[in-house]
Design a protein around this ligand. Structure first.
Ligand code: GAL
Length: 305
C-alpha cells in the first residue's frame, strides 16, 4: 500500500461508526459527528428477568471524574408494580427536575427495540415501534458526544442512523486534522485542565505519539502506543519507558479518545473512557509545558486543550 493510501483521512462510512453488537455493560462509546437534528440511535436488547433498572445516557464527554453532564437520561425502572421511565438532565453534578413516563412497553424478560430520534427542540423515543415519549432539551444537543448504557440490560445491538439516508456520511465527518499536529499550551498545564484527543487509527498502524514539550523543546513526557508490540507507555525525557498495564485499546480503523486530566504534580490518563492511572510530573514542569504534539498512524477529529 502506498503512503498516500495509508494516510487517506476519510474512512469508509461503514467503518466510521459501525453498529455495536453485544457490548459488555456498562458500555460507553463516542458518538462520532455528535448528535444533531435528524440523527437516530437504535437500541435493541432484552430486559433481564430480575431487572431493577437500566439507563441510557446521552452525555457531554466521557470522563469518569468529574462526572460529565448528561443531556438526556433515559431510565426505565422495573421495581415498581408498573414499569415506568424517568427522564432527566444532570448538570454540574446535579439532577434537574425529573419527568416520569408511566406505561412503558418494556417488560422484564422481554426483548425490545428503542429508537431515540433527535429533533431540533426535543428527543422523541419510540418503544417497539410505538411513539412513547418526548423530552425537551435542557442542554444544547451539540454538547452531546458520548452514549453510555448501564444497569440491568442485555444489549444486542446499538446503531447510529440518519433519518435522511442521503445525508449519510456528509455530516458524519467532523473536520479532521492531519498529523503531526501541534497545539500551543501558552500557560502550561494547571490542575483541573483537560486535554482531549479524538481520532481514528489508520489501517496498518505503526505507532501513536502524544508528547508534551516545554519552551526549551525538552519533552518531559510522552505517551506512546506501539502497534507492533501492542503496548502503551509513558516515556520520560530520559527515554525511560514505563509500560501502562491495561488491555491495548487502540485498534486499526477504530476510534479512540485520549483524555489527560492535569492534577497537582501528575497527569491522569483515560482511554476510551477507561481510567488508566497517572504519571507523576512535578507541578513546575507541568506549568512550563508549552506545546502538545501528536504524530503517528492516526487521523485526528478533535484536539482540545
Ligand atoms: C436519582 C437516581 C439517579 C437518576 C436520577 C434521575 O434518584 O439515583 O440514578 O436516575 O434519579 O432523576
Amino acid at each position: 500500500m502506498s503512503i498516500d493510501e495509508h494516510l487517506d483521512p476519510i474512512p469508509d462510512s461503514f467503518i466510521l461508526q459501525p453498529p455495536v453488537f453485544h457490548p459488555v455493560i456498562p458500555y460507553g462509546t463516542t458518538i462520532f459527528g455528535g448528535l444533531y437534528a435528524g440523527k437516530m440511535v437504535m437500541l435493541q436488547g432484552v430486559v433481564p428477568l430480575h431487572a431493577q433498572r437500566f439507563q441510557v445516557d446521552f452525555q457531554c464527554g466521557c470522563c469518569l471524574h468529574p462526572r460529565p453532564d448528561i443531556a438526556f437520561h433515559f431510565n426505565p425502572r422495573f421495581y415498581t408494580v408498573k414499569p415506568h421511565v424517568i427522564c432527566n438532565t444532570l448538570q454540574g453534578g446535579l439532577w434537574q427536575k425529573e419527568v416520569r413516563w408511566p406505561g412503558v412497553a418494556l417488560q422484564r424478560g422481554a426483548g425490545f427495540l428503542v429508537l431515540f430520534l433527535f429533533d431540533n427542540e426535543e428527543v422523541k423515543v419510540s418503544v417497539n415501534g410505538q411513539h412513547f415519549l418526548h423530552y425537551r432539551y435542557r442542554l444544547p444537543l451539540s454538547r452531546v458526544d458520548t452514549l453510555a448504557i448501564s444497569g440491568d440490560i442485555l444489549v444486542k445491538a446499538v446503531g447510529f442512523l440518519n433519518i435522511n439516508p442521503f445525508v449519510e456520511g456528509s455530516q458524519e465527518y467532523p473536520v479532521g486534522y492531519e498529523v503531526p499536529c501541534s497545539r500551543a499550551l501558552p500557560r502550561g498545564l494547571w490542575p483541573g485542565q483537560v486535554i482531549v484527543v479524538r481520532g481514528l487509527v489508520l489501517k496498518e498502524p505503526k505507532d501513536f505519539t502524544l508528547s508534551l514539550r516545554d519552551g526549551a523543546t525538552h519533552v518531559p513526557v510522552t505517551l506512546r502506543a506501539s502497534f507492533t508490540d501492542r503496548t502503551l507507555a509513558w516515556v520520560s525525557s530520559w527515554g525511560r519507558k514505563k509500560l501502562i498495564s491495561a488491555p491495548f485499546l487502540f485498534h486499526p480503523q477504530r476510534f479512540f479518545e485520549v483524555l489527560l486530566l492535569c492534577q497537582e504534580g501528575r497527569l491522569k490518563l483515560a482511554l476510551n473512557g477507561q481510567g488508566l492511572g497517572t504519571t507523576s510530573l512535578d507541578q513546575k514542569s507541568l506549568e512550563q509545558l508549552r506545546e502538545l504534539r501528536i504524530s503517528g498512524s492516526v487521523h485526528l477529529y478533535c484536539v482540545h486543550c
